[in-house]
Design a protein around this ligand. Structure first.
Ligand SMILES: Cc1cc2nc3c(=O)[nH]c(=O)nc-3n(C[C@H](O)[C@H](O)[C@H](O)COP(=O)(O)OP(=O)(O)OC[C@H]3O[C@@H](n4cnc5c(N)ncnc54)[C@H](O)[C@@H]3O)c2cc1C
Length: 373
């Protein structure tokens, strides 16, 4: 590829894409107005859960394809950086408390099995045998294929990986804007100067829709979707599986923390942790597992998911030459990190991705805006 590729945004998405493109031989530079990996990518719970998240259609397929790539992705990062991202593969347990809930789970298990995943219903007794700290259930589903990672470790590993590969990372920039005409990108303007580039990729997460300098015909709507979340200090193995319940999920970490998440709020760019938010999370968690009541709350935080009007990400070419997007992953950006890097790198290189990404084209926002030749 001629010239440098500039990626705007150094979250998991921007960093994974930088790593992928650098591996393929591109000259890559990443610019960020903040600290790499410290926004949504740091705030997340790290679940890799296409079935529990209730996804369908092409989006499910994309998420499942990304999940399938995780073991090799984790191993490669370990090889490249010596950092372990703590991929946990015990699977997810989803409890049901009444007949309606059980029927819903049975349908989800049947769906997961039809897709070739290991999923099964567990009786009340079997559920409590696996997770004795849970409140009694009517039954539960065990989604064996679902996993989790420590997304903060993943951010650190990706940063180390791109630095090893010689990617230049400009962080803490007071401002960054796209430099483009109505037809094509020229590069990126930053507080530190102009970076000429034939290819610029917008991976600015919840801020992708407000990036300055993007011509109207290439703008995409991205809305910040706030999530409050907290961590409890947990005795070893008190909870071993991720418990994905209706009112809260519980994600065990190898470092002894139990992540309790998460609220879903439309609150603009507000990232305050509120009394009501934490109340809701703890109430949900203690309903699922009353045994957690004496654990210490060791951390609370909030982050902004990049949301789109149709709930699907923007992956690939924007409406002007040289402009690409990799954003809008909402609740599934950690899960989608490996596949996003792969398919967006493919489209940047002009190759057809191995998975069908037509549904995620940013051009769906402006279907008639292609400039006349
Ligand atoms: C509470 C919570 C729980 C979640 N749990 C999960 C989960 O369990 N599983 C899952 O898969 N996903 C989860 N997510 C979603 C996931 O975190 C996001 O989809 C993902 O992190 C998005 O990554 P990103 O790199 O696009 O965005 P971010 O990590 O937000 O990174 C965007 C980067 O762009 C930078 N930036 C912004 N504006 C500019 C600009 N103008 N110029 C340059 N840089 C800029 C920012 O500083 C930031 O570093 C969760 C999110 C939240 C908030």
């Amino acid at each position: 590829m001629e010239g440098e590729v500039v990626i705007i945004g150094a979250g998991l998405i921007g960093l994974a894409l930088a790593r992928e493109l650098a591996h393929r031989g591109a000259a890559v530079r990443v610019v960020d107005t903040g600290e790499p990996g410290r926004q949504a990518s740091w705030a997340a719970a790290g679940m890799l859960a296409p079935s529990s998240e209730g996804l369908d259609g092409a989006f499910y397929d994309l998420c499942a394809a990304s999940l399938a790539r995780y073991p090799a992705f984790a191993a490669a990062l370990h090889e490249e950086t010596d950092l372990d991202i703590h991929l946990r593969r015990e699977g997810f347990i989803t409890p049901a408390y009444d007949d309606r809930g059980v029927a819903k789970l049975e349908a989800e298990v049947a769906d997961a099995r039809a897709r070739g995943f290991g999923a099964s219903m567990l009786t009340s007794v079997d559920t409590l045998r696996l997770e004795p700290s849970l409140a009694p259930v009517a039954a539960s589903a065990h989604f064996e294929h679902e996993a989790s990672v420590d997304n903060r470790r993943l951010g650190r590993a990706l940063r180390a990986a791109v630095e090893h590969l010689g990617v230049r990372l400009d962080e803490g920039l007071p401002w960054v804007r796209l430099a483009a005409t109505q037809r094509r990108v020229n590069g990126v303007e930053t507080a530190n100067g102009f970076i000429p580039a034939p290819v610029v990729i917008n991976a600015a997460g919840a801020w992708a829709g407000t990036l300055e300098g993007v011509p109207e015909r290439a703008r995409v709507p991205v809305e910040p979707v706030k999530g409050q979340i907290l961590a409890l200090g947990m005795p070893a193995n008190l909870i071993r599986h991720t418990i994905y319940a209706e009112h809260a999920y519980l994600v065990p970490r190898d470092d002894g923390r139990l992540i309790v998440g998460a609220t879903v709020e439309r609150a603009g760019f507000d990232t305050r942790v509120t009394a009501a938010g934490i109340h809701r999370l703890l109430d949900g968690a203690l309903r699922v597992a009353p045994a957690l009541r004496d654990l210490a709350v060791v951390e609370t935080w909030a982050g902004l998911r990049p949301g789109t009007p149709d709930g699907l990400p923007y992956l690939g070419a924007g409406s002007i030459e040289g402009y690409f997007l990799a954003t809008g992953h909402l609740r599934n950006g950690v899960l989608l990190t490996p596949i996003t890097a792969e398919v967006v790198a493919d489209t940047v290189e002009g190759r057809a991705p191995r998975v069908d990404v037509a549904a995620f084209s940013p051009e769906r926002v402006h279907p008639t805006s292609k400039a006349a030749p």
